[in-house]
Design a protein around this ligand. Structure first.
Ligand SMILES: NC(=O)c1ccc[n+]([C@@H]2O[C@H](COP(=O)([O-])OP(=O)(O)OC[C@H]3O[C@@H](n4cnc5c(N)ncnc54)[C@H](O)[C@@H]3O)[C@@H](O)[C@H]2O)c1
Length: 358
């Protein structure tokens, strides 16, 4: 087993939850509550080993602290993993047992959907627990988060266009969207409405057909390899992580990379390769926080208008990240981390000021 104190040396709390009767094996990691209660989804995944589950939950929860801080939310970062096959192992009893463990944390951690968990699952968890978001619309939830995620990515892309071409618009540019699933297809709509030409690819043919039916002017290419070699000005990875490999960066004619996928950089140092090739990278967690903004808004009683307005703020945040990157001669990825860390420090510090209890 990895040394949790060493691997999670920045984390406040890691909780192992075990309920043999329902088969629940879960780990909740609270990375930081400097800005508020930790929020992050529950990933239900058949990890091959407990070690891999620990590494994933520590990594993901750290990422959530940075995403929430950069998005300007009064929330910290946390994440949970349930070890198992969601199709075979997910039962009402298991979810409710998990809910009781989350409840026992007294609000230090709020859970939501992630890979392998859905709004219906959150409704089950909420029968045992007050600290749940991402619920079904019938239960006051906000519904599909991909609408605001795509909107935020589009705002980040406008900020990148301004940094590169002087105008915050994609009009007259060609954007390559890799992955036209829930987020990618909404992004295509924003781009078309803004006057961009769009090239798409997806491994799942029905997704491609849906986009082409809605927007016949979209060009389709066979695969991601063909997309990154086509004449695109912007590359938008909206499928899986690690899209930016050495080969992709070498081949890419685009001036901007801005997409929804999490963890786009395949390895450390790739941001330097992007810079060397004159490609502006809009950090993934900066531009894809629209979904988090949505589930966070749900905690106040969901208002689409309010969440939409907040997601629109991703334009200014991305601009600030590019400004700092240029001022301090660092990559946008490093600049984004600095802005997030500064907010955790400066705003988090205020919580140390004594107030009379209400
Ligand atoms: N949905 C959200 O609110 C949200 C929020 C933040 C980040 N993200 C991230 O954005 C990405 C897209 O999310 P989504 O909700 O649209 O997921 P999705 O599963 O609906 O869509 C992903 C699409 O990518 C396609 N795809 C997979 N591998 C591919 C490949 N090699 N080449 C081309 N296409 C491929 C899939 O067929 C699918 O259509 C994911 O990385 C996700 O983690 C999503």
């Amino acid at each position: 087993m990895p040394d949790v104190f060493e691997l999670g040396s920045e984390h406040e709390q890691v909780v192992f939850c075990n309920d043999p009767a329902s088969g629940l094996k879960a780990i909740v990691a609270v990375h930081s509550t400097a800005l508020g209660p930790a929020l992050g989804g529950t990933r239900f995944h058949p990890y091959p080993s407990t070690d891999e589950a620990i590494e994933d939950v520590l990594d993901l929860s750290r990422g959530m602290s940075y995403k929430a801080a950069l998005a300007g939310l009064d929330l910290g970062g946390g994440k949970a993993v349930i070890i198992g096959d969601p199709r075979a192992d997910k039962t009402e009893a298991l979810l409710r047992a998990y809910g009781r463990f989350v409840q026992s944390l007294g609000g230090r951690y709020y859970t939501a959907c992630d890979v392998g968990t859905f709004s219906d699952d959150m409704d089950h968890i909420a029968r045992e627990c007050d600290f749940v978001t991402g619920r079904t619309v019938a239960h006051g939830g906000a519904g599909d988060s991909s609408v605001l995620t795509a909107y935020g990515v589009f705002q980040g892309m406008r900020a990148a266009a301004e940094a590169v071409w002087g105008e915050p618009t994609l009009a007259g540019r060609t954007v390559g969207v890799a992955g036209v699933g829930k987020v990618g297809r909404h992004l295509v709509r924003h781009l078309i409405e803004d006057g961009a030409a769009v090239v798409i690819t997806d491994v799942y043919q029905p997704s491609v057909e849906q986009v082409v039916a809605d927007f016949p002017q979209v060009q389709v290419v066979a695969d991601n390899g063909a997309l990154v070699r086509s004449e695109i000005d912007v590359y938008a990875p909206c499928a899986l992580g690690h899209a930016l490999t050495d080969e992709v960066v070498d081949a890419l004619p685009a001036r901007i990379v801005c997409g929804a996928a999490n963890n786009q950089l395949a390895h450390r140092g790739i941001e330097k390769a992007l810079e060397d090739r004159g490609i502006l990278y809009a950090p993934d967690y900066c531009v894809n926080s629209g979904g988090l903004i949505q589930v966070a808004d749900e905690l106040e009683g969901f208002s689409f208008e309010r969440a939409h307005q907040r997601a629109g703020g991703i334009f200014d945040t991305t601009r600030e990240v590019f400004r700092l990157a240029s001022e301090e001669s660092v990559s946008p990825a490093v600049a984004a981390d600095k802005v997030a860390e500064r907010r955790m420090r400066d705003v988090g510090r205020l919580r140390g000021m004594w107030l009379p209890s209400s």
